[in-house]
Design a protein around this ligand. Structure first.
Ligand SMILES: [Cu+2]
Length: 184
């Protein structure tokens, strides 16, 4: 019986070693805070500008967005978007495939990709912007860090613009490619 236990212990050893080597670099990568930021530039002639910062510590992702020039007294969706592979970008004016003068949510998708993290206040509620047109947002999300360590491949997009007098909450109005903060 003792021999069997020893044999099992030896058989288990290589597995243990592999696990130890796999876990150690991950633990190191997750230590400390990873800082990211982006400048938000206007899309569709919105005049919206701003700054977004993201701090990832373990599974805690804190996102702040400060922006101005948003359409007043409207709810503005905001998201972290990413394409499946490679680097997401902000759509150029030529993304306007149907030539109506507006890069729509769908026309921007090949550039910024699907929504990866809705930047809601709570639940499915996005910030309501008052008369100032200014946004000051901060929220800490619990995320799977493996999905967000490569934030520099993703973009932040703000939405919501009136077109011909009708408010379209999906039209992108600002976008920024996320960068790793120097020294982070
Ligand atoms: Cu979005």
């Amino acid at each position: 019986m003792k021999k069997l236990v020893t044999a099992l212990a030896i058989a288990a050893l290589p597995v243990m070693t592999i696990v130890a080597f796999t876990v150690a670099p991950m633990a190191q990568a997750h230590r400390g805070v990873h800082h990211y930021s982006t400048l938000l530039r206007p899309l569709n002639g919105s005049g919206v500008t701003g700054v977004a910062t993201m701090d990832l510590e373990g599974s805690a992702l804190t996102v702040t967005v400060v922006a101005s020039g948003l359409e007043a007294n409207q709810t503005h969706m905001q998201h972290i978007h990413a394409i499946d592979h490679g680097n997401s970008t902000c759509p150029p004016p030529s993304a306007d495939a149907n030539g109506d003068g507006i890069v729509s949510f769908a026309e921007g998708l090949p550039f910024y990709g699907p929504v990866r993290l809705p930047l809601t206040i709570t639940g499915t509620t996005y910030p309501m912007i008052g008369a100032s047109g200014s946004l000051s947002y901060s929220r800490t999300f619990t995320v799977d860090p493996k999905d967000f360590l490569a934030l520099q491949t993703k973009v932040v997009v703000l939405h919501g613009l009136s077109i011909n007098g009708a408010y379209d909450p999906t039209t992108p109005v600002a976008c920024g490619q996320i960068r790793v903060q120097p020294g982070a």
